[in-house]
Design a protein around this ligand. Structure first.
Ligand code: PLP
Length: 229
């Protein structure tokens, strides 16, 4: 077994045991492999190890990998900050976009998604810590955004994504509570099924709080190579 297979198995085992401890089904949490700054050859190896969903943060780098790896059946997730003038390549080349925080972004993604493609899956990023400097909509804006985005034709709004400050120990529970409030008001609650939270250092806590998708980089690939600027 190679190193990437081993580290993937370890992460999957950690997810399973976190689920068991929390009394949740082991398949209720998906693993998203965060591959930013990793070269395509490493992604190809991780794919060979059984990993299909990959998350990228930097658009240009991601597009190069998508081209290089187009022979593989990879599900590409964009987890970086979404800029308004860069929505077209996201709409055309990704299966999921996690960092949507404004209606205009969702509208553009819906307009730019090709009719021949399946609807684009998105998560709304919420600024769960209430910090001025952070991306994400405010919790108070959420219910109106959900209502409006749900009307867009080429979008499937799946849930929430959060990137809490490490010192905020309440953040995962707060995010889960928000997630449940929206689900309770949702016209089609079965469509609202994704809570994207937890990374290498805190996936166990995120799963205990109700995460359905952990975004894991370092624990899978080791320390990241620096991003070439
Ligand atoms: C880099 C990144 C991750 C993965 O972080 P690790 O600590 O390497 O697991 C998860 N989510 C987002 C949004 C990231 O930018």
């Amino acid at each position: 077994m190679n190193m990437l297979q081993q580290s993937r198995n370890q992460v999957l085992a950690q997810i399973q045991s976190a689920c068991t401890q929390a009394g949740r089904e082991p398949d209720s949490v998906q693993l998203l492999a965060v591959s930013k700054t990793q070269p395509s050859a490493i992604l190809a190896q991780m794919y060979e190890a059984g990993q299909q969903a990959f998350g990228e943060n930097y658009l240009q780098e991601a597009l190069e990998k998508i081209t290089a790896l187009k022979a593989l059946d990879i599900e590409w997730h964009f987890i970086g900050h979404v800029q308004r003038n860069k929505t077209r390549p996201l709409a055309e080349h990704f299966a999921w976009v996690h960092g949507v925080d404004r209606l205009i972004i969702a509208e553009r993604l819906s307009n730019q998604r090709r009719d021949s493609q399946a609807a684009l899956n998105i998560c709304l990023q919420v600024n769960i810590d209430g910090q001025d400097s952070k991306d994400g909509c405010q919790p108070e804006e959420l219910s109106e955004l959900v209502k409006q985005i749900s009307l867009l034709p080429n979008i499937r709004l799946r849930g929430l994504m959060v990137i809490p400050a490490p010192e905020n120990t309440r953040a995962f529970a707060d995010a889960k509570a928000l997630f449940d409030v929206v689900k309770a008001q949702h016209a089609h609650p079965e469509d609202w099924d994704t809570l994207s939270m937890g990374m290498s250092a805190d996936m166990t806590e995120a799963i205990a709080a109700g995460s359905t998708m952990v975004r894991v980089g370092t624990a899978l690939f080791g320390a990241r190579p620096k991003k070439a600027e």
